[in-house]
Design a protein around this ligand. Structure first.
Ligand SMILES: O=C(O)CCC(=O)C(=O)O
Length: 245
């Protein structure tokens, strides 16, 4: 399966595209198990004070992190998920052939707590030399709905440049757009096993999880191999770059 011309046109016009059922429900059940197992191993030998630093402060669940970085480069199961041919062929339609997964993130959004992620553009963080040749594939491990904190996108914001971001003093890693002005945000619910693709310049955010159900997901950030990250906000370590060709 690859993308149709209509899907490509939607992505180009709106800056995002939802593709349902790219992964099976059993793949997603396994992904959930692997995510929690990795979290347990990650925290295992950590001091209590370090654990506190990672703890998601919006939930009462002890030892629950908000996110874990680079699952694709560090865990074989997540690498296999990211290498799924149907995913890679879709990514290649969107940004060109020969792609690299250069960063990835596992997001846990626990029930009745998982906090919001403010509006931002991924390309602000990545600083690529070619804005159109990065894309994020956001893989829904659970059904993601408005109530449990699905993504919202600024339709067409992929056509503007990268907007000014700021980070609050107590959250120096949490860059966000100060002034959304006229950008109207549209919810992009997606079922378990579906994928939301978004352009690197597309403004997006997620809300808190006000429901009794989890919202877990993995974002895989791809770039076409000719792209250089010339002005990243944080360092993207090349040892985590995984060539998908
Ligand atoms: O899952 C979230 O809440 C945020 C995801 C995000 O910002 C991204 O995938 O780029």
């Amino acid at each position: 399966m690859s993308l149709t011309k209509t899907q490509l046109d939607t992505y180009s016009k709106e800056g995002f595209l939802t593709v349902e059922k790219l992964f099976s429900l059993s793949e997603m059940d396994q992904a959930i198990k692997e995510a929690h197992q990795w979290q347990e191993e990650f925290l295992q030998d950590m001091s209590e004070s370090d654990k506190k630093w990672y703890q998601d402060g919006t939930t009462a669940i002890p030892n629950q992190v908000r996110k874990l970085d680079n699952p694709v480069s560090q865990r074989p199961f997540f690498r296999r998920l990211a290498l799924k041919p149907e995913l890679i062929s879709s990514v290649e339609v969107l940004i060109g052939k020969d792609v690299i997964a250069f960063f990835s993130q596992l997001f846990f959004k626990p029930p009745l707590g998982g906090g919001p992620k403010p509006s931002h553009q991924d390309n602000f963080y990545f600083g690529p030399d070619k804005d159109d040749n990065t894309v994020t594939a956001w893989i829904a491990f659970d059904d993601a709905r408005v109530e449990n904190g699905c993504l919202y996108y600024g339709k067409g914001s992929n056509h503007g440049g990268v907007i000014k971001h700021f980070a609050p003093e107590n959250e120096p890693y949490n860059y966000q757009i100060a002034d959304l002005q006229s950008i109207e945000m549209t919810a992009a619910p997606v079922e378990k096993g579906g994928v939301n693709f978004h352009h690197g310049n597309t403004v997006h955010r997620s809300s808190n999880n006000s429901s009794p159900t989890w919202r877990r997901a993995m974002a895989v950030h791809f770039m076409q191999k000719e792209v250089n990250l010339i002005a990243p906000i944080f360092e993207y370590d090349r040892s985590h770059f995984i060539e998908m060709f």
